[in-house]
Write a protein that binds this ligand. Sequence first.
Ligand code: SAH
Length: 504
Amino acid sequence: MTVYLVGAGPGDPGLITRRGAELLERADVVVFDRLVDRRLLDLAPPGALRVDVGTRAGEASPHRQADINRLLVEHGRGAATVVRLKGGDPFVFGRGGEEAQALVAAGVAFEVVPGVTSAFAAPAAAGVPVTQRGVASAVTVVSGHGGAPGEPGAVDWESLARAGGTLVVLMGTAGRAEIARRLVAGGRPPDTPVVVVHGATTASQARVRTTLAGLAGVELGPPCVIVVGPVAALELVSPGDGALRGLTVVVTRPAERSGALVDALAEAGARVVELPVIAVVDPPDGGAALAAAAAGAARFDWVVFTSAQAVARFVAHLRDGRDLGSARLAAVGAATARALADCLLVADLVPDQASAQGLVDAMPGAPSPGASVLFPRARAARDVVGPGLRAKGWDVTEVDAYMTVAADPAGGAGGSDEVLDAAAAADVVVFTSPSTVEHYTALAAGRPVPPTVVCIGPVTAEAAARAGYAVDVVAPEPSAPALVAGLAAHVGARRAADAGAGPA
Ligand code: SAH
């Protein structure tokens, strides 16, 4: 059959071509390199033969490369669909050309499926355009592993220095001191801007800005792309853009409530694993008490909500807004107020500080004896709002609107083993309530915990700390955008520190 030499792209699995992904989906055999993201391999059918040829592109010894060529020829002569998955573009370094030569020599049909090369993707990921009108009108892609002067394939760095434009050096990490020395010897000023990009478009992406004079001192391990020239002084990065790029984040909240958070995380570049560890269900009475309370809502002075879920379940029992009479409405925070607004109801009170205590503090005192508040809430919720409002003189009726229970791990909702494994391999876990902490801990028992723990607010953070988690980020306010901003700031600070120290 045919051997497909497929470019996997620079790192982020989303950067493979559609043609490449389609071929993977029907591959019988996948032969891949070490730099290829495992998530791409998951596209192949479960039964496909996956062969790890275990070399970093560019590092294969001639002997190993001969073995790989033979492997491709053998499989290519059979009936199988063979995908040779290579990092970046198959024909930009990485010996794709040699593999194609072997297939030509053996008379085996093949097709090259180009990929996004790290030569251009890595500078772009660092906000550097490789050409720019008036700054650089040529770009040269060059290997830092070329032979010594005089050897075949040797790079004439002094001539490249004189040619000007942008130089993009692949496989140049080890030889960076010598490369910088020869470019300066060839006439490039020592203060020529340089940017070094490590692990572009992956979770470990880091970059260092320097000059030719400073290049030798940059401590970033492979894989790195080195960009030399005036364009390296540009930094065209959209504010907040891709702040979470390459990170996998576990969202533990029930599926029907995770939408805004999932969207905000994805927008910042994260890959999201949804692991709803809890489910929201009717209270034991099936909602009868809530229905009765809703029917009599007009006799209350206030109806107070501490979650969008409570709003949705309460409103479902109203015929329309007139059932509320002149009762005023309080919402604990923006998301709850939005849930009311979605039902054409305006929150009369939203505290500045979005917490149960903030709500109690913001509520007025009862104007007269018997003044009443209806509080539809989660069964077994923390006792803050009810007692707090009673202390302010209100006659408070609390009614169970819903309850949270552990999602059934076998039933899919709570996650099959596959989802639990994906969650265990993630970079970040987000807890949005004490009950998500509790149920995640039970569900994930025995599996590794993602290294970064994020909580929606201080109450959840306390619960997480009590359960033994080291909490890295507490959202400055309990909303999806604030949580993503807090996580992005944490990740940015850590990446800056990693880039300074160099990856292990
Ligand atoms: N065919 C590949 C290049 C293979 S050579 C391509 O088109 O991208 C391997 C070199 O590519 C590495 O030494 C490094 O210089 C570069 N490289 C590959 N992936 C990279 C990444 N995500 N970030 C930075 N450099 C990368």
